[in-house]
Write a protein that binds this ligand. Sequence first.
Ligand code: HH2
Length: 267
Amino acid sequence: MGVLNVTPDSFSDGGRFLDHEAAVAHGLALVAEGADIVDVGGESSRPGASAVAVDEELRRVVPVIEALAPHVRVSVDTVKPEVARAAVGAGASLVNDISASDQMRDVAAEAGCGWVAMHMQGTPSTMQADPRYEDVVAEVTAFLSERAESGRAAGVPEVWADPGIGFGKTFGHNLALLAALDRMVDEVGAPFLVGTSRKSFLWTVGAGVSEERLTARDCLEPSLATATWAMDHGAAMVRVHDVAPTVAAARLVGSEDEPAVGGAVGR
Ligand code: HH2
């Protein structure tokens, strides 16, 4: 899943794709790099991001979805039912819902499309203030199991679970969830989507530079390492900004018996 943020303030790509032509061109570039799904979002969920009115979010995402849907499967990254409905009308077939709410679940069920239910502690404005869990793996697993079951019961034809890396979680919480991914996937019984790409916890060990000086390039290796880890530990999909290198890693992970490129493998 390639990320397309049509926002002025997203963490790593804010402002780059606010213009319609630039957004569509980037979406098509993600497809050319090998994305199976393009995730179009019109509201940043970074800690402290400002809220976006429904009309403005619709204005950002609907024309971009209309332009991309003939070329690739499109998901819409929103927590607003009105935006999800309009996005599906414009051609999206997956509702990526970081709030995992009943309302959004019901929109997906009515539309007959997929629903990603993501775990988040708190809301984006306050979630990183002081996240606390008795047992982060047990609590996130229980939440996702309940949401997956509720999605199926409501008639959603395709339910995805997402542990919500970075959403109300410390560095230690994020690593504990990644370390337990296999077990969580087994227990929840729904396919997992995992998003670590360019998240701030990566620079703590990966990039070793301060947040103010961090560039997208600094995050590439840790993003790729964690995406590869997730794919090798049960994730059925990863949400990434850097599609081409992740596709190369995905081929490697999926090639335990057969090399992706035929013939003898060189050193
Ligand atoms: N992460 C972000 C946004 N949407 N959706 C799912 N299902 N899982 C995630 O981990 C996830 C998500 C945040 O990343 P980004 O799009 O880079 O930033 P922003 O929220 O600032 O637009």
